[in-house]
Design a protein around this ligand. Structure first.
Ligand SMILES: Cc1cc2nc3c(=O)[nH]c(=O)nc-3n(C[C@H](O)[C@H](O)[C@H](O)COP(=O)(O)OP(=O)(O)OC[C@H]3O[C@@H](n4cnc5c(N)ncnc54)[C@H](O)[C@@H]3O)c2cc1C
Length: 376
């Protein structure tokens, strides 16, 4: 079987689905190839944090645009994706931590972007989080941030793109890519082939492999962020909570369950789609929650999991045209904070394909930054 399209996308995560969605809206016939199923990896199992708070300043313009799209998801794709703009807060336990948060707030204000990270005092933190430990002396708050349902989001984008005419071929792994007569020819393990003049690499933690085929060497390490979720408890946590001095991410869903993360990572095997949970690190995450919210001492954790994610050395994604191959674009390596950017990355890639440029600043994400490193 040979499937032809205008643009072929490798990877059916949130970014591949977003690229397909934006391209179909602009009239490009798009084909997305996914080796497992859409949302099987990081995009479907992540913590669902929709966060501008504390982002690298290079990512803020994209994250702010993405935030506008999150607010409009229902109109945009016909599903609100479970987005709840409950706000996000980063709490401080020491003067030094609070000082860092103040500096961050001033740094962000100086950028002149339509985005504020507001320092709040102990009392305001306690208004937001009545159960927080008395050790908490203040925090940094962003309104309009929040959380969404990751699997639902990825699939809502997929279904809307498919309604607009995108082809999704799942359970098919691309094993070779060649360019012949200005057309990309992709061969799958099962013998299916795909042809398109334009190739987009949204292969997530496997993105370096697809990039290498195009001649772009991108150093990517794969890791598995670990999550755990509690049984249902009464409403205790309003905004999404992080901490300035500790690895913590905490959010309570409307059904009462509380999701605990915080960047504790497990080793992964990319060839086998496997992660090995590290129970000692999970216990550390649980202890942090109990120290900061003593009421959690009585709460039961019911499930742990991890997802495979690709990390670049500078923890910034790779978004942009290939350094070496024509009509090839990358969007991968989101380093554990790419879900929030999902709705906007498709727009950026569609701009690059349609117009050869985008109005959003993406220089910091160029794959050239690693080529220079190799050359130096
Ligand atoms: C546990 C966890 C918690 C996280 N929490 C947050 C959070 O709260 N907020 C946030 O913003 N971000 C978060 N992230 C990060 C976020 O999930 C990712 O950055 C984002 O989902 C990456 O999307 P993607 O489409 O690039 O990758 P993926 O979702 O991994 O999709 C890439 C797809 O490409 C497919 N693929 C690869 N190679 C091939 C091939 N050769 N042929 C066919 N298909 C191929 C893979 O099977 C995969 O499905 C978290 C990540 C994890 C793991």
């Amino acid at each position: 079987m040979n499937i032809k399209s205008d643009v072929v996308v490798v990877g059916g995560g949130v970014h591949g689905c977003s690229v397909a969605l934006h391209l179909q809206r602009r009239g490009f016939k798009t084909c997305v190839i996914e080796k497992d199923y859409a949302g099987r990896h990081a995009s479907g199992v992540n913590a669902g944090g929709v966060r501008t708070l504390g982002r690298h300043v290079a990512e803020l313009p994209l994250a702010i645009k993405a935030k506008e799209l999150w607010r409009d998801m229902e109109n945009f794709i016909g599903d609100d994706c479970g987005f709840r703009p409950v706000g996000q807060v980063r709490i401080a336990e020491t003067d030094a931590e609070l000082d860092l948060l103040r500096k961050r707030s001033s740094q962000v204000a100086a950028l002149g972007l339509p985005h504020a990270e507001t320092v709040i005092g102990a009392e305001e933190v306690r208004d937001l989080l009545p159960e927080v430990s008395p050790a908490c002396i203040g925090g940094l708050f962003v309104s309009g941030d929040g959380y969404a349902n990751p699997f639902r989001t990825t699939n809502a984008m997929k279904h809307r793109a498919a309604e607009l005419g995108a082809n999704f071929t799942e359970g098919v792994e691309i094993v070779s890519v060649e360019r012949s007569n200005s057309v990309w020819v992709l061969e799958a393990r099962d013998g299916t082939s795909f042809e398109a003049p334009v190739l987009v690499n949204c292969a997530g933690a496997w993105g370096d492999r697809v990039a290498a085929i195009a001649g772009d060497q991108v150093p990517l390490s794969a890791n598995g962020s670990m999550m755990m979720i509690t049984s249902r408890i009464p409403a205790l946590i309003g905004p999404v909570v992080g901490a300035a001095g500790r690895a913590l991410s905490l959010k309570q869903f409307e059904n009462g369950t509380v999701l605990i993360g915080g960047g504790h990572r497990a080793p992964v095997n990319r060839d086998k789609n496997e992660t090995t949970l590290d129970v000692s690190k999970l216990a550390e995450a649980a202890s942090t929650v109990v120290e900061l919210f003593p009421v959690f001492r009585q709460v039961q954790v019911v499930r742990f999991w991890s997802g495979i994610e690709g990390f670049t050395p500078d923890k910034l994604p790779v978004i942009g045209a290939s350094c070496n191959a024509p009509d090839c674009f990358h969007a991968f390596g989101f380093s554990a904070h790419g879900f929030q950017l999902g709705p906007i990355v498709g727009q950026v890639v569609a701009d690059l394909i349609e117009n050869g440029r985008t109005d959003l600043p993406i220089e910091a994400f160029s794959p050239y930054r690693f080529q220079h490193r190799v050359a130096a």
